[in-house]
Design a protein around this ligand. Sequence first.
Ligand code: ZN
Length: 427
Amino acid sequence: MLPLIQLAVLLIPTLAHPVDERWFQPIDSTVNSLFVKRAPDPNSGANNAPDFASNYPALGTPPPSSLPSAWTQKLASITLPNVGVSNPNNGYPTYTNNEPGQDSTICSFTYECTTSDDLYNPPANTFALSFDDGPTSSSPQLNTFLAQNNISNKATHFMIGGNILGAPTQMQDAFTAGGHIAVHTWSHPYMTTLSNEGVLGELGWTMQIISDLTGGRVPKYWRPPFGDVDNRVRTIAKQVFGLETVVWNQDTGDWAIGNDPSYTIPSVESTMSGWLTSSNKSTGLLVLEHELNDNTVGVFMAEYPVMQQNGWKVMTVADAFGMSWYQNSEGDTGTVISQAIAGNSTLSMTSSISTSTSSSSITSTSSSSSLSSTGSPSLTSTSTSSISSSPSSRPSTSSDSISSAGKLGVSGIIMMLSILVGIRVGA
Ligand SMILES: [Zn+2]
């Protein structure tokens, strides 16, 4: 039995915006209790774009007042590791009492600590292709190149919610072309510096806007901006939202071109070519790459032929690890099912909803047994944390924070303002 106030919270957005026919998530599913459809489709009317944006928080870390009770209740139900909020310290987070970031309880990737659940080492001969920071004005150029080379469906796009807010149809362009959409937070902050509620809003709202624009697909992967993640943030991502944490095992520094003189287009391409032409492919490559600007996109376009010539099997992050693309769908065109998020073992507000009846709506042919992530909500990695020798380059430094966060903030604002006055940017 749902308390009335919770029921009201669930129903208000639904009543305000009737479920669009493009929304394939069963309305009575446990997934829908965490991610009820919140906005009209931005394609469904000339005046809908401003209304679309009004359904989401503004740019910046979403405030606690923006958080749906389903999310905060789920957060309250999980046990977090004893890791405090970090101090930014110019990109090298410090912790209370100066505990080292590589400490197994904290396990900060900034200090090259990874857990057994982190995804960063693909199998042999595999190049897991991913692009961070979209959508931007350079995304159309990237998407055109991917389409021309028939690899639109081999790229994972870790997208920024605030950028999607300003250019929702650009995100949909990548999706409808067959791209795999994942989470890169709402406002690109140092996640370990945020409160638990801040982490909740950054992840949850980005999942929400992606879900709203992809027919109800719930993202399964996220990448922390600057690689700034620790066990507190990992636990919230996994146990509240069912998200897998993706980092990387190589970083070209493409994000630093134009900001740091030691990173130029030739030098970054040379670095990438060095890895691609190596005879040792026993561990695959998961390179940090960006659709941040024309330089970073240009590096990829120049290096893609080298990938081909050297026999790399290019695929999405999900495919590289043999996992489904979304928590409730195998891919962009597969059936959307009523799967519980993160096992749904403790979310009281959905406990009375029967999942056995929830797959009977639009997508009645689904099989809820086809996905492997159900029923394993616990993050087991905290006890097996280790300092990994695999990430062979240090995660992004503070110059990344200035370059990508600053530019993206401005570009996102420009895109949003452009859309408000009816101008499509860069597409
Ligand atoms: Zn980023």
